[in-house]
Design a protein around this ligand. Sequence first.
Ligand code: 5HM
Length: 175
Amino acid sequence: MTIAPSTDQLCGLDVSSLFLAGPFIQLLDPATGEMPEHARAPFDVLIRHFEARGLAVHNAHRREAWGAELMRPDQCTGLDQDEIRKADVFVALPGFPASPGTHIEMGWASAFDKPIVLMLEEGREYTFLVQGLHTVATVEYVEYAQGRDIAEYLPEVDAALLRAVSRHRERTGKV
Ligand code: 5HM
């Protein structure tokens, strides 16, 4: 059984901000240019959950109004890199099919030595460097079943977050 960490545990570890990455362009409805409700849901659930725990969440999907206010490449790239550099934790859904932008962001997050939580769909084949990212960075993986509501996995997400941050602190000695 997974025990959900309390907000106090995260606060005790001095975690106050999080960057949430995941597929974007591939989720836009070509007719409206916006993410349909079902595509927004996992991001929305995770954002609400983390914010309820007192974390400042940086997420491009929400920032860009789910596609309605899509930024140009020269606007969003530097912004995302800055937010990832500043964030205490990085959480991503690498996407299936793979989200190219998210893969670049996972590279940045690992190069910036952030604690990382990757949300992977069961039964999907992820690229070797995602499977092996834990060998070069502090990564915890959460597997979820295709088509299942991400809300069911929040205790696992919290536990993975806490493990990633704790392991990272132990390794780097940062308090
Ligand atoms: O390649 P894709 O669109 O799936 O990339 C998604 C990731 O790139 C997101 O995690 C988001 O942080 C970033 N991104 C963004 O900030 C991507 C796009 C469009 O590609 C965008 N703003 N307009």
